[in-house]
Ligand binder design. Structure first.
Ligand code: AVI
Length: 342
């Protein structure tokens, strides 16, 4: 693909993203219970704010998962072949993957790493950093959603294989797919099944999948994690309104909403909402429409499901995987589940 074709493809993709966002905001604000998909929290600013959330003392998820990966990197490495293709769904800053790369790069012959993310700036910054940290690892960032990203990574490997007359001894003998950070928790169970099911279809029997699950725990720990003292999670949530204003020509006033996050024991999930402080009209220029919202009414912006080990095993089974191992911290707050195709 030459530069002109690449640009044209980018424009088509941007138009499609704009139309999807507009349609989703219209549907969500017109609904009886207002909602907007959490995927829209991640524009460039939202992605940076999420990186800051991960550093907050109350947000135990990132630190705990990192400590699990640090401890179990040798075992994970032993399970992997000598040439390995690592594909990470929603790689973000790739900081936890760096833990694995540090270990794998010392013990493997050839590593390809394909971080897949929707934020181009975070992707560019993390691939630049990792390339200088791990010069022996081939790193190819893919700005895409997950399904297309996995196909692109497979195509890149196939091209590398075709370039040599004989079978290239450096071509990976296995894929290791990473879906870390409890991102799976932001999916409804049906969507989580569908995502893992489609990942399963792209894997061979000797490939592996590592998924980070946040586990059920004391409510006070959960509530603190999503209501950090520095107010970063609140900014992250409110940034969705700024994004609507900028991209869809909205007139939403951030001061007229507040961040509300709480644990729902019935649904076994953290919920994040933007609660309206007054009766107000929300005008969205790109739609040419106004939506009414009452004082106390909310826009539901995220669910973050907390799993039990039984639920994880059932999900794996439903999607055609065998649960090989649960790598957990000593408090059992977080689980990195190792799944292999059944
Ligand atoms: C990305 N995801 C796993 C985070 C979570 O914990 O659900 C997003 C987040 N929302 C508020 N804080 C962090």
């Amino acid at each position: 693909m030459d530069k002109r074709e690449e640009k044209a493809e980018m424009t088509v993709q941007q138009n499609r993203e704009f139309e999807d966002f507009a349609a989703d905001v219209e549907r969500g604000l017109a609904a009886e219970k207002k909602y907007i998909s959490p995927k829209y929290l991640y524009d460039e600013v939202g992605s940076q704010l999420f990186e800051q959330i991960c550093l907050q003392p109350e947000y135990y998820l990132t630190k705990t998962e990192a400590s699990i990966l640090n401890k179990h990197a040798p075992v994970i490495s032993k399970l992997a072949g000598s040439n390995i293709e690592i594909i990470e769904l929603g790689s973000g800053s790739s900081s936890k993957t760096a833990i694995l790369l540090r270990y794998l790069s010392l013990h493997k012959k050839r590593i390809y790493y394909f971080p897949i993310d929707i934020s181009s700036s975070i992707l560019m910054e993390s691939t630049r950093r990792l390339k200088s940290q791990f010069p022996n690892v081939s790193i190819i960032g893919i700005r895409s959603d997950y399904n297309i990203g996995i196909d692109k990574a497979a195509a890149a490997i196939a091209t590398a294989g075709c370039m040599s007359a004989e079978r290239n001894p450096e071509i990976p003998d296995m894929k290791l797919v990473l879906f870390l950070g409890s991102s799976i928790g932001n999916f409804e169970l049906k969507e989580a099944r569908s995502l893992l099911g489609s990942v399963r279809k792209k894997l061979h029997t000797n490939d592996l999948l590592l998924v980070g699950f946040d586990l059920q725990k004391d409510e006070s720990v959960l509530n603190a994690a999503y209501n950090d003292n520095a107010g970063i999670t609140a900014k992250f949530n409110l940034n969705l309104l700024t994004r609507i204003n900028r991209e869809l020509d909205g007139n939403l006033e951030l001061g007229k909403f507040e961040h509300h996050a709480f644990y729902s024991p019935e649904q076994q999930r953290m919920e994040m909402h933007l609660v309206s402080k007054t009766d107000q009209q929300l005008y969205i220029g790109a739609l040419g429409k106004t939506f009414s919202i009452r004082k106390g009414e909310s826009i539901h912006t995220e669910n973050s499901y907390k799993y039990t080990l039984n639920q994880i095993a059932a999900l794996a089974d439903d999607c055609g995987f065998t649960l090989g191992k649960n790598f957990m911290d000593k408090n059992r707050w977080f689980d990195v589940a190792l799944l292999s195709p059944s």
